[in-house]
Write a protein that binds this ligand. Structure first.
Ligand SMILES: Nc1ncnc2c1ncn2[C@@H]1O[C@H](COP(=O)(O)OP(=O)(O)OP(=O)(O)O)[C@@H](O)[C@H]1O
Ligand SMILES: [Mg+2]
Length: 327
């Protein structure tokens, strides 16, 4: 072995020893340290996860408590709602009887003594009749609301001529309009319009809308009634020159008991029920109801649409012929 070969062998030996030594050092100190760091980090994470799980389970517990509370208050709410509906129906049914007795006896007193035995008696009896009339209207509205809420608000559909119904309703409302010096104009449709609907309920909706316009129009104001055929629908509308309705109130006025703050003088006349009942009636006919108003002081325009009688013959007659025969 020459010197060079010896040098190479010696170098290889030194290099191998150095590598082994480096590997041993790395394993002993660096890798161990790294392992320890990793284990520590793992431990930390596990601790964090455990504490988060603890927090989460606490929150789940709170949430479960809240869900239970919500369930109980819902139960209580529906119980109270049931009581309220029952109460309304009791009020509406059971107060009607004594009320009509009061009206009956008052009428007898008025008939017994047409002069009223003096002006004051006559005025008092008239006031009793007026007050009981108002209470009767409220009872009727409350009964409708209670029927709507209990799902018993049923329609009695028949074919009838709408023009004749308008003539009847307007004739009744003309008396109220005249009391306020209101000019009530009806634009009659030139031909008979036949609808398949509940005549009584539709007249109730019209009475509500027309009654409102007369109530809200100013003394000596103007109210216009129109109705016409629009595609396969009948459109009824009533407009007035009253206080109008602000944009924000337009959807609210159809809610039960809601009265807009548009005219303080007439606000307290009524209970805010007429429009909600009218809406229920029109909805039950697959119709739509709405209001337009340019704003406060600009008057109001209320309208509804209901389907016309289906064309085609019913028992050998057209729906209109049948309606005329039924009239
Ligand atoms: N023609 C109208 N012009 C201006 N405001 C109206 C008109 N019609 C209805 N409103 C507003 O809508 C509200 C609700 O009307 P709705 O007919 O439901 O109740 P009401 O007339 O006040 O009382 P009720 O009909 O129970 O006797 C009214 O109080 C009024 O503020
Ligand atoms: Mg009304």
């Amino acid at each position: 072995m020459n010197t060079f070969e010896m040098f190479v062998s010696y170098s290889l030996l030194v290099a191998s020893t150095l590598s082994l030594f480096t590997y041993w050092i790395t394993k002993k100190f660096i890798l161990k340290k790294m392992n320890r760091t990793i284990m520590k980090a793992e431990h930390n994470y596990q601790q964090q996860i455990a504490s988060m799980q603890q927090q989460l389970s606490g929150k789940v517990g709170i949430l479960e408590g809240m869900v239970e509370k919500l369930r109980l208050s819902n139960q209580e709410l529906s119980r109270l709602n049931e009581i309220r509906s029952k109460f309304m129906s009791i009020v509406a049914h059971d107060l009607r009887q004594p009320l009509s007795s009061i009206q009956g006896f008052t009428s007898v007193l008025m008939m017994d003594n047409p002069q009223g035995g003096g002006n004051n008696d006559q005025i008092a009896l008239n006031n009793i009749i007026k007050a009981t009339d108002n209470m009767n209207l409220l009872m009727a509205d409350l009964m409708d609301i209670s029927m709507i809420e209990s799902g018993k608000f049923k329609m009695d559909f028949k074919n009838f001529i709408f023009n004749a119904l308008i003539a009847d309703v307007v004739a009744l409302q003309t008396v109220n309009a005249q009391k306020k010096g209101i000019f009530l104009v009806t634009y009659d449709y030139p031909t008979d319009i036949c609808v398949y609907a509940d005549r009584f309920r539709i007249s109730q909706a019209i009475n509500n809308l027309l009654g409102n316009s007369i109530k809200f129009a100013p003394q000596g104001g103007r109210v216009e009634v129109r109705y016409f055929v629009l595609g396969d629908k009948l459109r009824f509308c009533v407009s007035d020159n009253g206080p109008g309705i602000s944009h924000g109130e337009k959807s609210k006025i159809f809610q039960k008991f809601h009265q807009a703050d548009n005219d303080r003088n007439v606000k307290k006349q009524g209970w805010g029920l007429g429009l909600s009942i009218a809406q229920e009636i029109i909805n039950a006919h697959n119709g739509i109801i709405g209001v337009e108003s340019a704003g406060l002081g600009q008057g109001a325009y209320f309208w509804f649409e209901v389907p016309l009688s289906p064309s085609g013959k019913v028992s050998g007659k057209t729906p209109c012929e049948e309606a005329q025969a039924n009239a």
